[in-house]
Design a protein around this ligand. Structure first.
Ligand SMILES: [Fe+2]
Length: 207
C-alpha cells in the first residue's frame, strides 16, 4: 500500500525532534504547550510543518505571519485527548487556548479546521489552516515514496502528480487541499508554496 510510509512515519515515535529556536514570547509559550500535550514526535513534526506552511501563506498573502504560524503550531494540540472522540477535536484545543488568552483569531482557526465540527471558516486564517493541514501529509507522503526519501528531492510538480492518484495518501483529503482556492490561490501555487516551506525546515522534519 502506498499509504504505508506515511502511516509508519506518523506512528513512529523514536525519531528525535529538534524544535526550532523560538523567536518570541508567544512561540515560546506555544512550544511549551505543544510539548506538554503532544507526546508523539511525528505529530509534533506535523504541527511544525503546518506552522511553516501557514507562515509562507501569510507572507504570500500579506497577512499576520506570527499569528498564522501560531495557529499552525498549536492546531492539533488536543489530538491525544480527542483521538477516541474526534467530534471534540479542535474544541478541546480551542478551550485550552482561549483560557490561556490566545488571540481569538487563532482560537477560531483551530476550532474551524476540523470539518466534523461544522464550524464555519470565516477568516483567511481559518481557510488557510483548513487547507494547510492536509497538504503537509501529502507532501510528506510524496517525499517518502521518492527514492531519495527527502523533501529536497521533490518539487510541487512531483506532489501534484501524486495529488491526482486517488489511492495515494488517502488521508490527505483532496477537497480540503483544493479549498486553497478560497484564498485566491490556485492548487499549483499552493502546493509549490507548501513544498518550499517544508523544505526550509527539512532538518526539523527529519526528511
Ligand atoms: Fe493537523
Amino acid at each position: 500500500m502506498l499509504t504505508e510510509p506515511l502511516d509508519k512515519w506518523r506512528q513512529g515515535g523514536s525519531l528525535q525532534v529538534n524544535l526550532p529556536q523560538e523567536n518570541g514570547m508567544d512561540r515560546n509559550e506555544a512550544l511549551s504547550l505543544v510539548k506538554k500535550h503532544v507526546k508523539n514526535k511525528n505529530l509534533v513534526k506535523h504541527m511544525l510543518a503546518v506552522e511553516a506552511v501557514m507562515g509562507a501563506l501569510a507572507r504570500r498573502l500579506g497577512e499576520d505571519e506570527d499569528a498564522w504560524r501560531l495557529a499552525g503550531l498549536v492546531h492539533d494540540l488536543d489530538y491525544d485527548e480527542t483521538v477516541k472522540t474526534p467530534e471534540r477535536h479542535g474544541l478541546v484545543s480551542a478551550s485550552i487556548l482561549d483560557e490561556l488568552g490566545y488571540p481569538q483569531a487563532v482560537v477560531q482557526a483551530v476550532k474551524s479546521h476540523n470539518p466534523a465540527l461544522g464550524v464555519e471558516r470565516k477568516s483567511s486564517m481559518d481557510k488557510a489552516l483548513y487547507a494547510a493541514d492536509p497538504v503537509t501529509g501529502l507532501v510528506i507522503a510524496a517525499a517518502l515514496i521518492h527514492p531519495e526519501k527527502k523533501l529536497s528531492a521533490i518539487d510541487g510538480g512531483f506532489v501534484l502528480k501524486r495529488f491526482g492518484e486517488k489511492h495515494f495518501a488517502r488521508g490527505a483529503d483532496r477537497d480540503q487541499i483544493k479549498a486553497c482556492t478560497e484564498l485566491g490561490m490556485d492548487l499549483d501555487e499552493f502546493v509549490d508554496i507548501s513544498v518550499r516551506a517544508m523544505q526550509d525546515i527539512s532538518g526539523d522534519l527529519g526528511l
